[in-house]
Design a protein around this ligand. Structure first.
Ligand SMILES: [Fe+2]
Length: 422
């Protein structure tokens, strides 16, 4: 695979999702109103060396979606309260409800959720009330080779957990955090929490740094990361190009920033090492407000009985087997998993992008604080142009989602998305 240091890299990816059988789940959730106030990032940052800066993007577009579309209508939509919006917000909704309660499939169905069974070879796209594709579940590539890939990746995360517990890289208190009770390793480029500029996430312990490096070098993990990125392109080519454009500019402006993977557009990854990586209901408030994060479960559990993906505002509960990829608007839609059985193991890999990175680029590679210290009118002009009104920015973000009728055309275009955010 060739490389360029000058900007966006175009590269064929080997695991393009199959588009032979696509179903649509149409909900009445109105994404027009799903918007949240700015949030803070919780992790620290630091410099850990250099790698080539480049951005990968799928060159080979998936084949057009078929004509036979299946629509399911979800009843009882929840409309989020627009009064929580903050002007100039780039990140997700701040979540004040700190509930650690889990939900069973039965409870969710009683609450009106629609159950979406997994069917091998079928990709599910879910659209909002305006037919915007706001996420989906992409099936794993067929064949024995992918089975080995997910098994190897599972072992890598299992080993990280065992070694981490043995070396002190993981402590018992690390089991308990905002998203659930499991060990997790976070690495990549992020921005938030009062950080002056984007940076590589620092591991607080050297032992953790070694664990992260060993996982990043694992070929199965690399392949999964590339597949997640391809799935993102498959579902949201315009939004993907926005990531490629903005993040390409960011990485080119700071040579110390490192990509986690050659084949992924995402700047950050969480390796959720289990033993039971089951999340409680949450927003990912630091992520780009209209972004899509990619999640793949791994491990050995009965996915008919547990580990389902719950999308609260969409009122969906989906079977979510190991090796498949879910793309979800994690900053705008609350999500969680149903519990798995005692003794079972579930790990997962989640790739995402912090909203603060895109805000930094839109502010001309500056923070809001720096803009504030500039000559008053200059700084204010840049900020107002980038922030716009809360509703206007949100609608602009939504315009980057494809609709069920535009998706085919959206693959074909060569053009980057509108540059009004940059
Ligand atoms: Fe999440």
């Amino acid at each position: 695979m060739g490389r360029t240091r000058s900007g966006v890299q175009f590269s064929p990816l080997s695991d393009d999702p199959s588009t032979e059988d696509v179903s649509f789940i149409q909900t009445e959730w109105d994404s027009t109103n799903a918007f949240g106030a700015a949030a803070t990032q919780e992790e620290g940052f630091g410099d850990e060396g250099e790698l080539d800066s480049h951005v990968c993007i799928a060159e080979r577009a998936p084949t057009p979606i078929p004509n036979e579309e299946i629509y399911l209508t979800i009843s009882g939509p929840q409309r989020t309260d627009f009064s929580h919006c903050g002007g100039g917000s780039w990140t997700g909704r701040r979540d004040s409800s700190k509930s650690s309660r889990s939900y069973t499939v039965h409870e969710l169905e009683e609450m009106g959720f629609t159950y979406v069974p997994y069917e091998p070879g079928r990709n599910v796209l879910f659209s909002d009330s305006q037919t915007r594709i706001v996420g989906g579940l992409v099936d794993a590539p067929p064949g024995e080779e992918w089975t080995l890939t997910k098994e190897n990746a599972s072992v890598s995360l299992q080993n990280a957990r065992k070694i981490g517990a043995g070396t002190g890289a993981f402590l018992n208190k690390d089991l308990n955090h905002r998203r659930g009770r499991y060990f997790t390793l976070l690495t990549g480029v992020s921005m938030g929490g009062g950080q002056k500029r984007p940076g590589n996430l620092a591991q607080r312990l050297r032992a953790r740094c070694k664990l992260v490096q060993s996982i990043l070098l694992n070929e199965s993990i690399k392949r999964i990361a590339g597949f997640q990125s391809s799935a993102f392109y498959f579902l949201a080519p315009k939004l993907y190009r926005r990531y490629a454009n903005d993040l390409g500019r960011l990485y080119n402006s700071q040579s110390e920033l490192r990509w986690n993977f050659d084949g992924s557009i995402y700047p950050c990854v969480a390796f959720n090492c289990g033993p039971q990586s089951i999340t409680t209901l949450h927003f990912d408030q630091g992520n780009l407000s209209h972004g899509l994060c990619a999640v793949m479960p791994l491990g050995n559990f009965d996915w008919k009985k547990g580990g389902h993906l719950v999308l609260w505002e969409l009122k969906l509960v989906l079977e979510f087997p190991p090796g498949t990829v879910a793309l979800l608007p994690s900053a705008a839609v609350r999500h969680c998993n149903t519990p798995i059985q005692k003794g079972e193991e579930r790990m997962s890999i989640t790739q995402f992008a912090a909203g603060g990175l895109f805000r930094w680029v839109a502010y001309g590679m500056k923070s809001a604080k720096e803009l504030g210290s500039m000559k008053a009118s200059d700084g204010r002009t840049v900020k107002e142009k980038a922030d716009k009104g809360a509703e206007e920015r949100w609608m602009e973000g939504l315009s980057l989602f494809s609709t069920t009728t535009s998706l085919e055309q959206d693959y074909r275009t060569d053009q980057l998305p509108p540059t009004s955010l940059v």
